[in-house]
Design a protein around this ligand. Structure first.
Ligand SMILES: C[S@@+](CC[C@H](N)C(=O)[O-])C[C@H]1O[C@@H](n2cnc3c(N)ncnc32)[C@H](O)[C@@H]1O
Length: 369
């Protein structure tokens, strides 16, 4: 076996693979070295392992931007030895890593491909496609939508969280065709703008969309979506997109199907962020690299109410004109009057279907810690 020069063998989860000895340890800031590897994305790869284990329908998979092939070998070794996987990267040096890692894992079900993913997907189709670019996935989403088989699933990462979450609204409008805005729940609207964009691209192929799992973590957003073939499905999906109106003075949020004011964020996905059945099938096995974190997120995702925005504890305190109350006390008080949950987007986030005026009056009644 030819081991790439300057590489080091590491273990992530239950899988060993070679990575450049100098590599990123935190993202997304600097790209370190020619062939990219980021330790911090172990959680992202763990989630792929959990999800593909829980989703046995896929027979073929493409890791479209495989880099060292870390995700492909982890899928092959830990999730689905039965899956036929293509690990692709347009960089020939990356392909040396993929080849070495496929051989080291010895799984025998990984094909190495050195191509631009858009060329590859013009020729071949897959049940699962993973898209993990530097920055925005936008230039590649059309190719992914064309390259998915019937009922195929795509796992798509976006690390351009600043435009999506409202720090650079012009960039978001250019890339995603959607208005973003800073808000206490900006990462959620950013994730929903990303899914809304994928849905509009799918619709061009007469495909509707279901969201199996989507989340924000560290410096990225990630969406696992399943396409459902048919013009009717596409129309239904598009009809489900809409806007969230946010008034930063009053804190009021509301959902609308049309753009009603300059405060409308979107178009964005208003549907569920997680599929309960898929989530129920996912388990944080002890071999995962970030097992505790996976267990924590599975728990949070499972509890999260299907309301398309949340409030922040500090924000509510400032709207009431008081000091922040203990989060547990606030959750308990709100829970006595309506549905309430935490959210994975923020440790101080509160999701509820209560009206804001009720939330504020209940908040005002919560005793100081
Ligand atoms: C962020 S890295 C992928 C990291 C990898 N998925 C992991 O988990 O370690 C992005 C990779 O995409 C590759 N790439 C960029 N544009 C591409 C294209 N058009 N087609 C195929 N690969 C591409 C780059 O060479 C790079 O290796």
């Amino acid at each position: 076996m030819s081991v790439p020069s300057g590489s080091v063998l590491i273990r992530e989860g239950a899988t060993e693979f070679f990575v450049p000895s100098v590599h990123s340890e935190k993202g997304p800031g600097k790209r370190v070295g020619r062939v990219f590897f980021n330790d911090q994305m172990a959680f992202n790869r763990d989630v792929t392992v959990m999800l593909l284990k829980a989703y046995p329908r896929a027979r073929t998979a493409l890791d479209a931007m495989a880099s060292t092939g870390s995700r492909a070998v982890r899928i092959a070794h830990e999730a689905r030895p039965d899956l036929s996987i293509v690990a692709n990267d347009r960089d020939p040096e990356a392909c040396e890593y993929i080849a070495a890692n496929a051989e080291h894992t010895g799984s025998g079900n990984i094909e190495v491909s050195n191509d631009d993913l858009r060329c590859l997907l013009a020729r071949r189709v897959f049940d699962y496609i993973d898209l993990d670019p530097f920055g925005t996935p936008v230039p590649f989403v059309p190719a992914v939508m064309q390259g998915l088989k019937r009922h195929g699933v795509a796992g798509i990462t976006a690390t351009d969280t600043a435009p999506l979450a409202g720090t650079y609204p012009k960039k978001c409008l250019r890339r995603y065709g959607a208005v973003s805005m800073r808000s206490p729940f900006g990462h959620e609207t950013g994730l929903r703008i990303l899914i809304g964009h994928i849905a509009r691209e799918a619709a061009k192929e007469d495909k509707g969309l279901e969201c199996l799992l989507s989340f924000y973590a560290d410096h990225y957003m990630r969406a696992y979506v399943r396409v459902v073939d048919g013009g009717g499905e596409a129309d239904r999906t598009i009809a489900g997109l809409g806007y969230i109106d946010y008034d930063r003075t009053t804190g009021e949020r509301s959902v609308s199907r049309e753009r009603t004011s300059p405060r409308s964020i979107g178009p964005l996905w208003l549907g569920p962020l997680h599929d309960a059945e898929v989530l129920a099938g996912m388990t944080a096995g002890e071999n995962l690299q970030t097992m505790r974190r996976c267990a924590k997120y599975l728990d949070l995702w499972g509890q999260e109410l299907d309301v398309p925005f949340f409030y922040d504890n500090d924000e509510l305190a400032s709207l009431v004109g008081t000091s922040p109350r203990r989060l547990e006390s606030v959750l308990e008080a709100l829970g006595a009057s309506g549905r309430v949950s935490r959210t994975h987007f923020s440790p101080t986030g509160i999701r509820t279907d209560l009206a804001l005026r009720d939330i504020l009056s209940i908040y005002a009644s919560v005793k100081e810690r």
